[in-house]
Design a binder for this molecule. Structure first.
Ligand code: HEC
Length: 126
């Protein structure tokens, strides 16, 4: 029982320490974490690729309508080339909040949106 308490206190102080040390460059003291979204790309040297990162997002959120054959829209997004060719339209649509936003019945997570943008910035690798 004693050891358990001690462990808890130890973990807790590590947590406090980790939090307080990361806000040392925050001068206003109001918002200790200016970027509340976790880094979508924790390994910045690894390039984003369609196969490893993008396909799962598109397949899970878009193919119910943008599959092959499509179910409403005119553009299919079921291959690397189709997604690559439509990337600017995709980035536009996933960042809309009103008319024409994609997916129409929801919103991608911030990290998924950032991954798609990063994929473009990395050169649309397959
Ligand atoms: C519930 C069905 C549905 C889902 C899910 C969906 N879309 Fe769409 N999408 C449509 C329809 C219908 C259109 C055509 C009407 C319009 O342009 O708004 C469209 C149009 C688009 C267009 C414009 C195509 C063009 O040539 O102008 C893009 C880009 C797009 N969708 C991307 C996406 C992406 C990316 C996702 C997933 C994150 C997604 N959509 C999910 C139904 C859907």
């Amino acid at each position: 029982m004693k050891t358990k308490n001690l462990l808890f206190i130890l973990c807790f102080s590590i947590l406090i320490f980790a939090c307080s040390s990361s806000s040392s460059d925050d001068l206003t003291g109001q918002n200790p974490d200016p970027n509340p979204n976790p880094d979508p790309d924790p390994n910045p040297t690894a390039k984003i690729t369609y196969k490893d990162d993008i396909k799962a997002i598109i397949d899970g959120n878009c193919l119910s309508c943008h599959g092959s054959p499509t179910n409403g829209p005119s553009n299919s997004l079921h291959t690397y080339n189709l997604v690559k060719n439509d990337v600017d339209k995709i980035i536009d649509r996933i960042n809309r909040t009103g008319a024409g936003k994609m997916p129409p019945n929801g919103t991608l997570s911030n990290s998924a949106k950032a991954l798609i943008q990063q994929w473009k910035d990395d050169g649309l690798l397959e």
